[in-house]
Structures are given as C-alpha cells and as structure tokens.
Design a protein around this ligand. Structure first.
Ligand code: ADP
Ligand code: ZN
Length: 828
C-alpha cells in the first residue's frame, strides 16, 4: 500500500497536489515538511506537505516526492497553515499565493534550466550557426560546464539568449537540463581553535615555548587561550572568531597566520544566523507615569472580556512604554509577542527603544531585508526555545510563531497594513487578530487617531477601549492654526509654497534652537507640466496619468510605472515653446526652504531619498542628532517619529488629502494631519509648539476637528456620513478589478460580470466604472464594487464570487484567459 502526501505548491493554484511518498523517505516526512517535487514536464518546486493519507487520490499517474529538506522537520507549523487557509479563503485568493508570500524565496528551491554543449556535437559545413549562436557555443565551450541562461547572458553580453536555445537544440548543438537551485546562502565567519585537547596544559606550555621571542604571537596565543577556556578541562570550548582574537590581542591577521603556519592553531568556518546577536538589555523597563499605570491596569482588565482592546492614546502619551510593559508580561509567561508597525520608517527609533529593554529577545523583520536575512529570521524562530518579541511590518504575520501570547498593532489606522498588490491582498491588522485567536493570544490596537471602523467596534462593545488623554511629562498638545491660502494669496503674502505666517512660525522655532518639519504629500519637483498656450499636458504612454517633473534628474517621471521622459519646452500639440511646470513637490519645497533659511541644514525624506536600505535610518539620525534643523518630506514624516525638539510643523496643500475621491478621504486627512501635528512639542511643557495647516478650504469640517484636537467630534461626524451612505463599518466592500490590454475586452468582461452579479446580488452591485487612473502599464482597468450588509453571510458571498470566476473560465468567456481579474476584499 502506498502512502500519499498532499503538497502545497507556490503557484496560483486552488488545490494541493498529490504525490507518492517513497518508502525510504516515509519516516522523515510529516505535515509541515519541506519537499521538492516534480511538476509539469520538467520543473521542480519546493512544496509544503499539508496532509498525509493512505487513500489513493484517483486513477491518474501520481509522481513521487523527489527530496525531503531540513531532515523532514516541519518548517511550517499547524497553526500557521490554518492561518494561511484563512487568508486564502477570506481574501479570495489561492493558497499557493499565500504560500508564495509567506515563505521567503530562500526556502523555496526551484529548478532552473541549464544549457551545455551536446557531447557528440561537431560543427558541420551544412549546418552553420548564426553569429549569435556561435557566440553562445563559444561561451559554453570556454566555460566547459553547463550554464544558466542568465549566466550566458552575463558572460556574452547578449540579450534574449533564451530565444536562441530552441534553434541550437534543433541543430543538435546543445542539450538542456534542469538543476535545483538553492538561493539561500548562509553567512559564515572565520574561527580559530588550538591544535590540542582542552585542558592539555602541557601542549599549551610547549606552544608558548615555540614562539618565545615573538611578543605579538604570544599575545595572540594568550588571547585565544583566555577566550576559549582551553586551559580548563571541564568546560565546553566556545567558538572564537578570528576578529575577537585580533581585537583582544591588538594584532593583525598575519600574526594569526604565523601561528597557523607553526601548527599551533587552525582556522575553520562556522555558519551563523545573521540574527543572533548578543545584545544585552541596557535599560530597565521604564517607570510608568500615574496615567500610564492606570491605563496598563485597564488594558489587563479589559482583556478579561475582550480579546481585542483599543488603546486610544494621544500623540506622545507613551504608548510605546505601555507596549514594553505588556511585552515583558508575556515574555515572563514564556510566550511570544508580535509588535506590528506600519512601515520601515517607524522601526528604527521604536526598535532601538524596545531593544534597549529586551536585548537579543528582539527579532526585527522589515521589508528591506534581503532574502538571506529573511531565511535566517525564519530559522531562528523555528529553532527558538526562549520567548521572543518580533517587531515587524505586515508580512511578519506569516512568520512561524509557535506560541503567541500577545499581538500589538501600533498605529492601527495606517492604510499600509493593507497589501494591494500582489495577492494575497490582506490587511495585516485584521489578519493578526485572526492569528491571535488561533494562538489564544490577546490583541492591543494602538493609535492616537483610530480607524473609524475600529473605533466603532470599540464603541459598540466588540472591542475593549482604554484611553490615555494626556501627553507624557506634561508636554502640551500643539497649537494648530488653519491658514487660508486663498486669502494669503489675495493679500500677496504667499512666499511660494509657504504663507508668510507659516514662515515666521518656522523662523521663531529655529531662533529658539528648535527644529521644524514641513509635510507635502508629493514627491518630485512639480506635479504638473502644461503648455501655457494650448493647455497640453504630457502624459505617460503606458498609464493614464500626468507626469511629475523631477529636477534632480531633469526628467518627467510616471509615478505609476516609473517611466522617464525628457521635458520638452516645445509643445508637441501647438509647437509653441510654452511648456512649463507648475505646483509643488518635495524637491521644490526643499529648494525654497533652502533659499528662505540659507544657513539652516535641510534634510529631505521621500521615496527618492530613502531607496537604499539605510536611507530612512540615515535621515532620521541626521534629524534627531540635530545635524539637520529642517525636515521636508512626504507622509513618511507623519508617522510615529519621536523627536524632542520640533517646535513647528507645516502642512502644505492639505486639500489634496481631503479631496481624494474615496469614502475614506476625510478619515485619512484627519489622521495624517493630526499625526504630523503630533510630531511637534513632544517634550516642552512650557510653550506649545505651532502647527500651520495651509488650505484653500478652511471651512471644511475636517480642519475644524483637527484644530480642536477633537477626535470624538470627528468620529461622530464621520460615522454619520458612513451610516447615511452605507459605507463600512455598516457594510462590507469587495472590489472586482478587470485588467486587459484591450479596452473593449475589458469593457465586455466587466459587462458580463455586472449582469451576472446583478442577477445574484441586485443593487448591492455598483459599476462597472472606469477608475480615475484608467490605464496602468498598458492595461485598461475596469472596476465593480459590491456592498454587503454586515449582517449578511460573507461566506456565501465569497463562495459565489469564487464560483463566478471559475465559471467564466470554464465557459471560456471571451478574453478572460488573457485578462487579469481579481477581488479586493475590504479595500483601503
Ligand atoms: P506615543 O507612542 O504615544 O506617541 P511615546 O511612547 O513615543 O508616545 O512617548 C513620547 C515620549 O515620552 C518618548 O520620548 C518617551 O521616551 C517619553 N516617555 C513616555 N512615557 C515615559 C515614561 N514612563 N518614562 C520615561 N519616558 C517616557
Ligand atoms: Zn506610466
């Protein structure tokens, strides 16, 4: 009787695949094991065993599992798999998509096609090679081994080598093979050891005699003996790195090499986990203020009846300090904690604060880590016996947690918790709550400006609610001024992007030795280029958007696909030399600020200045050390940063936030402006800091609530709007996206969807509509929306949506095969 494994593959497939478990591998394979299996004609993939059974899957050819990795010990734990299934089911994607997103590619060995010269190949006169083919053969001959297409391209400088492989095969010149490629490379460090048994003090004495008269070598040998404990019999020998010896003895590498040449020591390499540092805690847990202490008690009490509790704490109230106490509490109980943060910009300061208290119990997981680093973190968690705390961005919900006791979602309102591209289109905040439930863990959502949906659930008793209304250390909330730029313009008091009152606020902060932050929600120099004669605006050739002018590279850039175009002064429409740029982005504001305060160092933080891994950290350091006095940036500067000396904040063109065309725009505007304002005056208890919000619509209710620090007022206003127009939290939304190279086909599929869904859901279906940006990267986009009452069964709705898509495929709806169609559940 054969045994079969159900294997999950990293492909967009809805089901698992069955494989035979070869007899000799059977003892090693269990649920969660990583296996390599053949798939299709020649490919191999790494899959995860989801189940084992003795029942034959059916009357078709079943292939065998090829290889077991990690000695079979599971890399995916049961609760984790259950969690993946939930994500696939709830967010309407395939479990293969979830697998792909969840596991770092270093753990997903795949096969790659390799090419080599056919052993019996000889060039014959009647079968000549083209010039390209000859170059490829030459390269293969020269390398004298099989090479991947990428390697051949690198070696020859040719492009599109893949296309030449077919003809070469036909001419019998090459053969191809599949080779498994492991992408993970462990990090190794150089270590040294003595050439004798521990405790063999005779030999050690002889070694010292051998090098008598060479004081540097003596020093080095002494350092090795001390560090390793070789002179003691009873203890384990530690690995000592060559670096540690050199540092301790104050010697350079040649000295160690001399010892090795004399046979006294030998070198070896040791594999290390990149994330095993020995950082010891340097600070105790902070003492809590009275208000914080009360809040901490309330959180614990609230968790008795509510697994999820919202901590609504004003900016700089010390939420991080409360997190530290809660983390300590779970670690003491022997369980793991997960602290989710929205973006990498936030983590450097926060991580440093948490690391000070918890040392090497902290594991950081962020989006700019290399794949090798991800694998090491994954392995560390699998191996970890001690409880630890993971600080991570949204994808850290996929890590192999064993025993979660606490999940904290910092800045829970932040929309970057939602992944929009590619699938799984999940919200990490909401998913983390499900993950927590699977582990029996408690959840704390923290924010100064909770999402309207979250606050509604806290108000209605679904979540617990704890409030912290005062800033730590008597620091005052900033004074927020709404500045009417229409009036300023009439009075002639706009100095470029800044009103003169904004300038004087910044000047007086700088005069007091304080710093200032300027927030503008656009990168680049100018967001519009336009012909002054005929109004022509250059647009991207692949996307339906206007281009932004970037002065640093003197080009127009598409912010959707990244394409660059030269800025031509001569208008291609009317041929007049009248194309100029208008409006403000970070580059231009930076330039104006530099000329307004010529002796004040300015830092700029936006996507363009933070691309490198250390980009954020460097800029944050520059500002927090006081090297830069002014910080200009996009929404990156609004989030979580904790600088002591910010006396002024300016928000330029706040209207762009308020007027964006979706139902969450007011909420996002209120949150963003309140958050950036919250960066000001975080220490001073004397005079409040000043925040200038520049707008052309000073009457808009959002600004009034922001100025009054009135979250409750804003919430009451907004929740009424949502109720009136049947938006979340009173309904649930699912968007349906249809993308196709051909506009007509996109329209036709959208129409078919619309009539099918209307028959099932009636007027709960809205659209199809053409979105504001109707084409991205040459694909035309159509969109439908379904609004479902919260009381209705979402499971039924999801089942229907899944079936409809499968049905369209099976019936061969015209164009569906070449279209991209997907669902976005709970869109942000
Ligand atoms: P939030 O996250 O609520 O915006 P933080 O946790 O960043 O606020 O706290 C604001 C500032 O006050 C930080 O610099 C923090 O170190 C300080 N702070 C808050 N609570 C304490 C405390 N109990 N002891 C010492 N410093 C504190
Ligand atoms: Zn584009």
């Amino acid at each position: 009787m054969s045994r079969y494994a159900e294997v999950l593959l990293p492909l967009p497939l809805h089901s698992t695949f069955s494989y035979i478990v070869p007899f000799d591998l059977a003892p090693q394979i269990s649920v969660g094991s990583r296996v390599v299996v053949p798939f299709g004609k020649k490919k191999y993939y790494t899959g995860i065993v989801k189940g084992l059974t003795d029942i034959s899957p059916g009357n078709f050819e079943v292939k065998e599992i090829g290889l077991v990795l990690d000695g079979g010990s599971p890399v995916v734990k049961r609760p984790q798999m259950q969690f993946w299934d939930w994500i696939a089911e709830y967010y309407l994607c395939s479990s293969g998509d979830v697998f792909k997103a969840a596991v770092p590619s270093g753990l997903k060995i795949e096969s790659e096609t390799f090419i080599e010269i056919a052993p019996d190949y000889e060039e014959s006169p009647e079968q000549t090679l083209s010039q390209r083919e000859a170059i490829i053969i030459q390269a293969l001959d020269h390398a004298a081994k099989r090479m991947s297409i990428a390697d051949i391209e690198k070696l020859t400088g040719l492009k599109g080598v893949g296309a030449s492989v077919g003809p070469l095969l036909a001419k019998g010149a090459v053969i191809i093979s599949e080779k498994l490629v492991e992408r993970y490379t462990p990090q190794r460090i150089r270590c040294v050891r003595l050439n004798c048994e521990p405790g063999d003090n005779d030999s050690i004495r002889k070694m010292f005699l051998t090098i008598k008269g060479a004081p540097k070598q003596e020093k080095a040998l002494l350092a090795i003996v001390e560090l390793s404990g070789y002179n003691r019999m009873d203890c384990e020998r530690d690995d000592i790195t060559a670096e540690a010896v050199k540092e301790r003895a104050g010697v350079a590498s040649p000295i160690l090499r001399a010892l090795a040449d004399k046979g006294i020591i030998e070198f070896y390499r040791k594999e290390i986990n990149r994330f095993k540092y020995n950082g010891l805690p340097t600070s105790p847990l902070p003492m809590l203020s009275e208000a914080q202490g009360v809040a901490l008690d309330e959180i614990h009490r609230s968790w008795i009846d509510h697994d999820v509790t919202l901590l609504h704490g004003v900016t700089s109230s010390g939420k991080t300090e409360l997190y530290q106490h809660l983390i300590q509490f779970v670690l003491n109980s022997g369980r793991q904690a997960l602290l989710l943060v929205p973006e990498i910009a936030l983590t450097t300061q926060l991580t440093a604060r948490i690391q000070k208290v918890f040392g090497d119990k902290v594991v950081v997981y962020h989006s700019k880590f290399s794949d090798n680093e991800r694998v090491d973190i994954w392995r560390r968690l699998l191996a970890e016996k001690e409880p630890c705390v993971v600080i991570g961005v949204r994808s850290s919900v996929f890590l192999p947690f064993e025993n979660l006791g606490l999940v904290i979602v910092d800045e829970e309102h932040d929309s970057s918790y939602k992944q929009t591209e590619p699938a799984p289109r999940y919200n990490a905040r909401d998913s983390a709550m499900v993950l927590a439930r699977m582990h029996g863990a408690k959840v704390l959502l923290g924010s100064a400006t909770p999402a309207v949906d979250t606050y509604y659930k806290a108000q209605s008793g679904k979540y617990g609610l704890v409030s912290l209304n005062e800033r730590f250390g008597n620091a005052q909330l900033p004074d927020i001024q709404i500045i009417d730029t229409n009036k300023e313009r009439q009075k002639g008091t706009m100095k470029g992007a800044l009103a003169s009152s904004t300038c004087s606020t910044i000047s007086s902060a700088l005069a007091k030795g304080e710093q200032a932050i300027v927030f503008i929600n656009r990168r680049g120099f100018s967001p519009v280029a336009v012909c002054g004669r005929c109004g022509y605006t250059p647009r991207c050739e692949c996307c339906d958007v206007a281009l932004t002018y970037h002065k640093s590279i003197d080009s127009l850039v598409c912010h959707y696909c990244g394409a660059k175009y030269p800025l031509q002064v001569t208008c291609p429409a009317c041929k007049e030399p009248a194309v100029h740029t208008e409006g403000y982005g970070t580059e231009r504001v930076e330039e104006e600020i530099e000329s307004e305060w010529p002796d004040t160092p300015v830092a700029r933080m936006d996507l363009d200045t933070t691309r490198r891994k250390e980009g954020h950290a460097g800029l944050i350091e520059e500002f927090s050390s006081g090297k830069a006095k002014l910080l200009v940036g996009t929404q990156m500067v609004t989030k979580g940063l904790d600088f002591g000396a910010v006396g002024a904040v300016a928000v330029i063109n706040a209207d762009a936030l308020v007027n964006s065309p979706d139902f969450r725009s007011s909420e996002r505007a209120f949150n963003t402006i309140s958050q950036v304002a919250g960066r000001a005056g975080r220490r001073s208890s004397e005079e409040p800091a000043t925040v200038s919000v520049q707008t052309r619509q000073p009457g808009s209710p959002v600004y009034q609530f922001v100025a009054a620090h009135d979250y409750a007022g804003f919430y009451n206003y907004e929740i009424e709007q949502r109720r009136q127009y049947s938006y979340p939290p009173f309904t649930r939304l699912i968007h349906i996206y249809i993308k196709h190279r051909d506009a007509r086909t996109a329209d036709d599929i959208a129409a078919a969807y619309s009539s099918r869904l209307r028959a099932l859901f009636g007027n709960r279906v809205l659209g199809p509509e053409i979105p504001a940006v109707s084409r991205i990267q040459s694909l035309y986009i159509r969109k439908l929306m379904i609004k479902i009452e919260v009381e209705a069964s979402m499971k039924k709705v999801r089942d229907i949506l899944r079936k409809v898509l499968i049905d369209f495929h099976e019936r061969g709806l015209s164009g569906i095969k070449s279209a991209i169609v997907y669902y976005d559940v709970d869109p942000c």
